[in-house]
Design a protein around this ligand. Structure first.
Ligand code: EPZ
Length: 428
């Protein structure tokens, strides 16, 4: 199994280009199922998860090929409507094929995703929304079977919690439904907006983009299009925190600073200098008279739906706060088990106490964060271990890095180019 080896406590300096957003690419790839034809998606990150989603579409009869950062997908001839367990269990976002298959084929059989490291991850809101559109859903043998008995009819769908993929699934399921579908308490993440933009360019009639109330007026047909994936705000935020932890200064390019409102405020409150351009951001840490990195100030965060502080940045922020001058209380309100990285950060010397859904991080001095062998448990936890390893003196070895490869394109290369002593060690 490959490992990442980091010799830390070295400042970063240079430019990091941001790739397309994983969490926008996945729903946009799924949306190509809605209408037959050939689509071109630009700025698609080459990740384990985007390959998995394209391969899932291939099992349904689609044909796809990558050319640089563009992916061409031909969904003219679908031959199936089943997403098997052995594939869905590797990527729960596979449930995003439910909505488009229901809309196009009137039938779908998708394995329930099951839980993952960060929580039970139920899809009850998705299923309830489908039923409100007239879909019958049966749970059997670990699979959900969705069947359209009569033409879908628009309805009002209310989300108890603004589910991101739940909103995306109901948007896609309702594009052909007769009449109007109103989605209340919809997710407002930029990735949802990216999907709305693509569906609208295909001919869908969707109002309320960027708000928590979306209205979909059913249409008879849609057309295949060319669409572009937005920059990955979570990747961009991860690199801003990497330079906050390791010291130095970075310029982040090909990003959208407007997508990180909460993080930028928190990094500035912690004492970082963060400047935002149109598609770039620059960040650096204050240094003392002898050029050594000044400790950041301990800052509290609470994870919330967009535009609140993103839960996908929580683990990385915790790694940043390990060496702060003070205390940081990190309140995770989205997922019930998203502190798997705490035990691993403690192996590096971090002083963290978990109290229910809150983690209390007490800042330690720069010299007491020491490298050690650690294990990645999920995608964003592995990113937090990289951030901590870049700050820690000595060598940090991160195992199970397949988690990282799900959501970060060429992270090791991007960090090497800005001065990090980081490499992949293949054990095979
Ligand atoms: C999306 O997951 C993202 N994944 C996650 O990113 C992200 O952490 C999450 O949104 C929150 O922002 C993709 O977009 C592919 P939710 P999703 O439905 O849609 C509960 C990453 O690291 N809920 O918004 O699955 C749920 O348990 C990943 O890139 C139900 O109870 O998240 C959670 O507590 C991790 N029933 C809350 O709502 C449902 O039917 C928010 O979940 C659906 C959700």
């Amino acid at each position: 199994m490959d490992k990442i080896i980091i010799n830390g406590n070295r400042p970063l300096k240079g430019t990091v280009p941001i790739s397309g957003a994983k969490n926008a690419a996945l729903p946009l790839i799924a949306a190509t199922l809605l209408a037959p034809g050939t689509y071109t998606l630009n700025n698609v990150p080459d990740l384990r998860d985007t390959r998995t989603m394209c391969n899932l579409l291939q099992t349904l009869g689609a044909v796809w090929e990558r050319s640089g950062t563009s992916v061409q997908i031909d969904t003219s001839h679908l031959t199936g409507a089943e997403a098997p367990y052995d594939l869905v269990k590797t990527m729960r976002a596979s449930v995003l094929v439910l909505g488009p298959l229901i809309a196009r084929a009137g039938f779908a059989r998708v394995s329930l995703p099951g839980g993952c490291a960060i929580g039970a991850r139920p899809i009850n809101f998705h299923l309830r929304g489908f039923e409100q559109l007239g879909v019958s859903t049966i749970l059997e043998g670990g699979y959900v079977e969705a069947r359209v008995e009569a033409p879908l009819t628009g309805s009002t769908v209310y989300f108890d919690i603004p589910s991101v993929t739940g909103t995306e699934n109901i948007l896609m399921a309702s594009v052909y439904a007769q009449g109007k579908t109103i989605i209340k308490n919809a997710a407002k993440e930029p990735e949802v907006e990216n999907l709305i933009e693509m569906l609208s360019s295909m001919g869908a009639k969707i109002e309320g983009r960027g708000t928590d109330r979306l209205t979909v007026t059913g249409v008879a047909s849609l057309q295949p299009v060319e669409a572009t994936i937005i920059p990955d705000r979570i990747e961009a935020g991860t690199y801003l925190m990497a330079v906050g932890a390791a010291g130095g200064e970075l310029e982040i390019t090909n990003c959208d600073p407007a997508h990180l409102p909460a993080l930028v405020e928190k990094l500035r409150a912690a004492g970082m200098q963060v400047e935002a351009g149109t598609t770039t951001m620059s960040a650096f840490c204050p240094v003392d008279s002898d050029g050594r990195r000044c400790p950041l100030i301990g800052v509290d965060i609470t994870t919330l739906p967009y535009p609140g502080f993103a839960t996908d940045l929580q683990a990385q922020f915790m790694a940043l706060m390990i060496q702060s001058d003070g205390v940081s209380i990190i309140h995770e309100t989205i997922f019930e088990n998203r502190f798997m990285h705490v035990a691993e950060l403690q192996r590096l010397g971090a002083d963290i106490t978990i109290e229910g859904s809150r983690a209390v991080v007490r800042g330690i001095s720069r010299d007491t964060l020491c490298g050690a062998p650690v294990m990645a448990t999920d995608l964003r936890a592995s990113a937090s271990l990289v951030v901590a390893g870049l700050a820690a003196s000595g060598t940090t070895e991160i195992s199970r890095i397949y988690h990282l490869e799900r959501g970060y394109e060429n992270m090791v290369e991007k960090l090497q180019k800005v001065g990090a002593d980081i490499r992949i060690q293949s054990d095979s």
